[in-house]
Design a protein around this ligand. Structure first.
Ligand code: OGA
Ligand code: MN
Length: 250
């Protein structure tokens, strides 16, 4: 019974990742339905009036194999440092932790995409946290966006990692925005057509990252394991990491 309910609840989360993940035939079909993209200037993401809402210049948090990759990723990824305060991080954590705690960490995702994780989704948030979710949505998505109402919460153990994947184009739209709680990490974007071309993005604790359009469709993304967690020659220590992810509908 419990398993049945869980399956229904997680069906949505699985849909988000499952289609594109591992199997060659599936990723090929996804590539085939990659929609046309337009390059987005990250500076246009935030409200120009509010300095706190301006993204960090992407070059400060991006290390790429080549300038073309750097330019594409700079144009389609934004990172907002200290998007949430320590107090807000705690409020989000306090709301999700009782639910996460009831779940066991999974060693392997059924489709082999994630190691050492547990996850949930949440539609209704406490008044305090709803304000934060709305802040993300208002900043990142256009006013007429069709949001996936369930916010995805992914809890990675310190030794956990997410392998390269592209979120399902059938279930998830052009933009993915995640708040990073508890730990900094490195998100790697690898060119789907030439895997020797990639960029690493430093995601500090309490930052918000936004990937859209070309970064979302033409590059896979992954969260590096502790052993690979380096940025510009410095170790980026990995701890337990919780991401709170908003998506729009396809
Ligand atoms: C995912 C994913 C990234 C993150 O769940 O599909 O890519 O920040 N998560 O946890
Ligand atoms: Mn993903």
């Amino acid at each position: 019974m419990v398993l049945g309910i869980q399956c229904i609840r997680y069906a949505r989360i699985m849909q988000i990742r499952c289609c594109q993940l591992t199997k060659r035939s599936i990723s090929t079909s996804i590539r085939n339905c990659v929609p046309a993209v337009t390059q987005v200037n990250t500076n246009a993401c935030g409200s120009e009036k509010d300095e706190k809402r301006m993204p960090t210049p992407p070059e400060d948090v991006l290390e790429a194999t080549d300038t073309e990759t750097a330019d594409i990723l700079k144009g389609n990824i934004a990172v907002y440092q200290n998007f949430i305060t320590e107090e807000e991080e705690k409020a989000l954590f306090d709301e999700v932790e009782p639910h996460l705690k009831r779940l066991r960490y999974e060693k392997d995702h059924w489709d082999d995409a994630i190691h050492g994780y547990r996850e949930m989704e949440r539609k209704r948030w406490s008044a305090k946290n709803k304000v934060i979710i709305e802040r993300v949505r208002n900043l990142v998505f256009p006013p007429d966006a069709s949001h996936i109402p369930y916010v995805h919460v992914l809890d990675l153990m310190a030794t956990g990692y997410i392998k390269a994947h592209v979120d399902s184009v059938r279930f998830c739209g052009s933009t993915i925005a995640g708040m990073c709680l508890l730990s900094s990490s490195i998100m790697r974007f690898v060119n789907e057509k030439d895997k020797s071309k990639y960029g690493d993005v430093l995601l500090k604790q309490r930052s918000l990252y936004v990937m859209r359009d070309r970064a979302r469709y033409e590059y896979s993304h992954e969260i590096l394991a502790a052993e690979q967690s380096h940025f510009r020659g410095n170790v980026v220590p990995r701890d337990r990491r919780i991401s709170v992810i908003c998506r729009n509908k396809a």
